[in-house]
Design a protein around this ligand. Structure first.
Ligand SMILES: [Zn+2]
Length: 303
């Protein structure tokens, strides 16, 4: 069996994955790094959380450490094969996590960008199994992505690349965390969808994601709600049409919390991208992710 780990901005999820890609079970812990400024302490919290989760899982499924054939870790940003780098939210600048974990686990340890891991899982086991040329786009707190051409994941040498979240879709637009203005992410992330919805639709500041989903679903026919959703989808469609015009995918799979709104968002997007596509005869399927929150864990075990 393999261990897949998904490190997010505020939690770590660890799962036991069988050789055929089936997720047997997982453990998720919130990590609160708000008051921590020290990188060493942040590193220890990450490693302790991972160790605890693995311990619980191997006990639950009656495995031992020697049964682990591989450990894969999905992390945001631009990791190297061994290190997590520049994770501002987690106070990590450069952490060779593979070396640290190798003192306990005598097995292969691999690290990759989380969008790529989730894309790999959707391509191999999820919504994208039927396409050779396809794009995975994860719209959640930020924007993650993976591109496959002729069935192969495109991987530049220097960095993970395909930072669609930071392509500029608006000159002098909203300031992004990356320092630039007008990045796709600042218009298309679900974090932005939620924060703007609270402002524009006058919703309670502390509304939970699920409550927001119910609200939008119930009121989608009301003019102010449908106008709000349309405007959001217009921005998403701008970025998506750029991706289509560059890669000519047969299929685009949408993951992250965006996928919970697929039935509302995707038909609207299909209409909005039509005038923006260069090759009018492009045949394209817009689909929702199948593996949802488990894609990062499963994909991490395939790297
Ligand atoms: Zn940016």
């Amino acid at each position: 069996m393999k261990i897949g780990i998904d490190i997010g901005g505020s939690h770590i999820a660890t799962g036991v994955v069988e050789e055929n890609g089936k997720l047997l079970g997982k453990e998720t812990r919130d990590i609160n790094m708000a008051d921590i400024n020290d990188e060493k302490r942040a590193q220890n919290i990450i490693v302790d959380t991972i160790n605890n989760e693995i311990k619980l899982l191997i006990e639950r499924y009656d495995y031992s450490l020697s049964d682990i054939s591989k450990i894969g870790i999905a992390v945001p940003g631009s990791p190297t094969e061994t290190s997590i780098r520049r994770l501002v939210n987690l106070h990590i600048n450069n952490f060779n996590i593979a070396e640290k974990l190798s003192s306990i686990y005598k097995t292969k340890i691999r690290i990759k960008n989380d969008g790529k891991c989730a894309g790999i899982a959707e391509k191999k086991y999820g919504a994208l199994t039927g396409s050779d040329d396809c794009v995975f786009l994860c719209l959640g707190t930020g924007v993650g992505s993976a591109v496959f051409l002729n069935g192969k994941l495109l991987e530049p040498k220097q960095n993970p690349g395909f930072e669609f979240g930071h392509m500029i879709i608006q000159k002098d637009g909203i300031k992004c965390n990356c320092g630039k203005k007008g990045c796709f992410e600042t218009y298309a992330s679900m974090k932005r969808f939620k924060s703007n919805a609270i402002k524009e639709l006058r919703l309670p500041k502390n509304i939970e994601s699920e409550e927001l989903q119910n609200y939008i679903r119930k009121n989608i026919k009301k003019q102010n709600v449908s106008r709000y959703v349309d405007r959001y989808i217009e921005y998403v469609s701008l970025g998506v049409s750029n991706i289509i015009n560059i890669f000519e995918p047969e299929e685009i799979c949408f993951g992250g919390s965006f996928s919970y709104y697929s039935d509302i968002f995707l038909p609207k997007m299909a209409e909005k991208i039509k005038p923006l596509i260069f090759n009018k005869d492009t045949k394209l399927r817009l689909v929702s992710a199948k593996l949802k929150n488990d894609a990062g864990i499963i994909g991490a075990t395939e790297i």
